[in-house]
Design a protein around this ligand. Structure first.
Ligand SMILES: [Fe+2]
Length: 255
């Protein structure tokens, strides 16, 4: 925690890096009172309280959040069972109640958008300045909530979900496995959800079909996304499709 991120960057993997991703930044003055409230309530209520704040800011849709969490838990579980000896998996499993960390981390992935004006979040075409404001949202999460001890571990997804496998993402331009496992997993879930649902910043455009979204994710394998995780995600999608088909056929035949 005291070492600078740059100095130790690359020498540690996965969950070990979580704390190192959280530089000791000052709490933004307007959040001080809220942080005081968070620190005074039990840990299991902190996430609910932050979610309530996100809902108040009107960028959160609880239905989307639920499907994001379900998909993220399933993908994480598939990764963990497929690669049990992977050093990041081993480290992740050492975290107490790690599936809860995954769940709450997924729920709070865009918590840094609390510091982005709602009119910017809902805008389609952005100016360069507005884009820069939006691109601060991963770091905002840490700047605002990194001081709340219980939330620190949950912020790894918030800080790393916009990084890209080829190093062209933000905020730290991390590359390949420099990006924490949970960030690499969540990046696909986030893009899948963004493409297959109607978003506030493009209400006039229909959501993509699942087939088109899958084709896009495959196309971005090795560019935006970790190729290993793309393979797992595509398999997960295909298996779900088979289940849906089967239940539709069962409905027809009355089984
Ligand atoms: Fe985001």
């Amino acid at each position: 925690m005291v070492e600078s991120y740059d100095r130790i960057h690359g020498r540690l993997t996965g969950i070990q890096r979580i704390k190192l991703f959280l530089p000791p930044t000052p709490v933004i003055p307007k959040w001080k009172a809220f942080i005081r409230v968070l620190n005074s309530i039990p840990n299991d209520q902190k996430v609910e309280m932050v979610m309530a704040k996100m809902t108040e800011h009107k960028f959160i849709n609880t239905e989307h959040s639920a499907s994001i969490v379900v998909d993220m838990l399933e993908l994480t579980n598939r990764y963990v069972t497929t690669y049990p000896d992977d050093s990041e998996v081993v480290a992740l499993q050492r975290v107490p109640d790690y599936l809860k960390v995954v769940e709450n981390g997924a729920l709070l992935h865009d918590v840094g958008k609390l510091n982005v004006p709602i009119n910017v979040l809902k805008k389609g075409e952005l100016t360069n300045e507005e884009r820069m404001i939006i691109q601060k949202h991963p770091q905002n999460a840490v700047d605002i909530f990194g001081k709340v001890k219980y939330l620190q571990t949950l912020l790894v997804i918030a800080l790393s979900h916009q990084e890209k496998w080829d190093g062209t993402g933000y905020p730290n331009k991390l590359k390949e496995k420099e990006i924490p496992l949970l960030g690499r997993l969540f990046a696909i879930i986030d893009v899948w959800d963004a493409l297959t649902t109607v978003r506030a910043y493009r209400v006039d455009k229909p959501a993509w079909t699942p087939e088109d979204a899958i084709a896009h994710i495959k196309d971005q394998s090795g560019k935006y996304f970790d190729p290993t995780i793309v393979t797992l995600f595509v398999k997960m999608y295909e298996e779900k499709q088979l289940l849906i088909q089967k239940s539709l056929e069962d409905d027809k035949t009355g089984n």
